[in-house]
Design a protein around this ligand. Structure first.
Ligand SMILES: Cc1cc2nc3c(=O)[nH]c(=O)nc-3n(C[C@H](O)[C@H](O)[C@H](O)COP(=O)(O)OP(=O)(O)OC[C@H]3O[C@@H](n4cnc5c(N)ncnc54)[C@H](O)[C@@H]3O)c2cc1C
Length: 439
């Protein structure tokens, strides 16, 4: 049996895992003191990198910057809208993250200097230095793409595409909807967060209307001609929601992109000139990377280009961008994708800091959507780094998708899979005990 050194013993006794101790001993490249990793954004991308780094090497100095004290997941928020989850069950704090030895700063990163390697915070404390920076700010909304839409208008016509107050507001407005009221949803153009999300939301609103307000109706205006898991959703719309959902996809004659809204009157107007007066409008506009990414010079157009091998930014050294903010096509923007990318980013940081070989990542995604009680469908696959038109991209391997006409048993099983995924994910991200599924 090999003898453990005094230093290894001290690390293990201090609570570090044997793996962490081992990795700590093989990183002469760090120089003096522990390496400083600063992470901007405490969603699934950022929180997952933080926890994985600490689990791999407890001696790393890991700081997570996130303005919200509580994170409401967009994933599973449609189930809250449908009445299958409570708001509390999709809202999580950072106490468990802190217990892992991660420094959580409740603040907003307002500037990043990628030359000086510093991050400035809103509340004006001294800028934070970093050895490696991870930027995971999620999305911002392009309000300006729809005339009359703005952060103010979103208080009346919620998008509910960022978790928290907006999610709650959409549900409150749904509860207050008069029976017989009209809901209008504007679906977003590609690329956007959670490709099946608007259609899962339509099913959940459909379920809510059938059970609570059967005379009300949902009209969807969509700027796209096709959408994710379309055959499955169309089957569900026909089977369950024929009387309450009308979906208008853009076609050769009509462009159903919503171009104008009036928050005072409830009017929603499409490019083809169709106008509806909504009692409740759910306007989901075009999207872009969270503002700090552009401010730091990490974007090209709306999103942040990255090397698909490891999600290092192509715009700045020692910086990673992951999750929804990154250009990860053909990988969809999902929490599952963000967490998969986080595993690769954490491994790459450790390898880089330890001067070990950095191997290209392998990724995975699955997106589940709830169609009706105990009835969910899924789409997913593995993703490998490749090149398309001279640019890096992630090529799907072994894709899978639920099929129309599947048995009730299989759909129940798929629902259960998604519920298990959610509970395991939030336990891993936020260090919580698994939540109760009941609303
Ligand atoms: C209705 C809906 C349903 C969905 N369902 C699913 C699903 O079933 N499965 C799935 O996998 N995905 C789903 N998604 C997608 C999923 O929510 C996102 O892909 C995921 O949250 C992206 O994670 P992220 O860490 O990149 O960004 P986010 O989750 O947005 O986290 C980013 C964090 O960064 C913080 N931040 C932003 N700017 C700054 C700054 N300057 N300084 C500090 N912090 C900052 C924000 O406050 C935020 O907490 C759904 C999305 C929606 C809208």
């Amino acid at each position: 049996m090999s003898k453990i050194t005094r230093r290894e013993f001290a690390l293990i006794a201090a609570g570090a895992s044997a793996a962490a101790a081992a990795s700590d001993l093989i990183r002469p490249a760090y120089g003096a003191g522990p390496a400083k990793i600063v992470i901007v954004g405490g969603g699934p991308g950022g929180a997952s990198v933080a926890s994985r780094l600490k689990a791999a090497d407890a001696s790393l100095d890991v700081t997570l910057i996130e303005p919200k004290d509580k994170y409401t997941t967009c994933f599973y928020s449609n189930l809250y809208i449908g009445g299958f989850r409570s708001f509390k069950s999709i809202t999580h704090d950072y106490e468990g993250v802190k217990k892992r030895g991660i420094t959580v700063i409740s603040d907003t990163a307002t500037a990043i200097d990628t030359t000086a390697k510093t991050v400035t915070l809103a509340r004006g404390s001294a800028p934070l230095n970093y050895d490696r920076l991870v930027v995971a700010p999620g999305i911002d909304l392009k309000f300006e793409t729809i005339e009359g839409y703005s952060p103010e208008a979103a208080k009346i016509m919620p998008h509910a595409w960022q978790g928290g107050e907006q999610t709650w507001l959409l549900k409150e407005k749904l509860l207050a909807l008069p029976d017989g009221g009209l809901i209008v949803m504007a679906a977003p153009p590609n690329p956007y967060r959670c490709p099946p999300g608007p259609y899962e939301r339509a099913c959940m609103i459909g379920h809510f209307l059938l059970t609570k307000k059967p005379k009300a109706k949902l009209i969807i205006f969509d700027p796209k001609k096709t959408f994710s898991k379309q055959a499955i959703f169309e089957e569900a719309f026909n089977e369950y929601y024929k009387d309450v959902i009308e979906i208008n996809l853009t076609n050769e004659i009509d462009d159903f992109a919503v171009v104008k809204v009036n928050a005072q009157t409830g009017e929603v107007t499409t490019k083809s000139g169709r106008s509806e007066r909504a009692a409740l409008a759910n306007i989901i506009p075009a999207q872009k990377a969270g503002a700090i990414a552009a401010k730091a010079g990490l974007t090209e157009g709306d999103w942040s280009p990255v090397n698909p091998d490891n999600f290092t930014s192509t715009k700045a050294k020692d910086v990673y961008v992951l999750g929804d903010a990154a250009i990860a096509a053909d990988m969809p923007k999902s929490a599952f994708s963000a967490v998969s990318q986080a595993g690769v980013v954490a491994a790459d940081i450790i390898a880089d800091l330890s001067s070990k070989p950095r191997t290209p990542g392998k990724y995975r995604n699955t997106c589940w959507s709830m169609l009706a009680p105990d009835n969910s469908a899924k789409i997913g696959g593995d993703y490998l780094p490749g090149k398309k038109d001279g640019k890096g991209f992630l090529e799907v391997k072994d894709p899978f998708i639920s099929k129309p006409g599947e048995s009730a048993d299989l759909r129940r099983q798929t629902y259960q899979e998604s519920a298990d995924w959610y509970q395991t994910l939030v336990a891993n991200l936020f260090g919580e005990e698994p939540q109760k599924a009941d609303p």
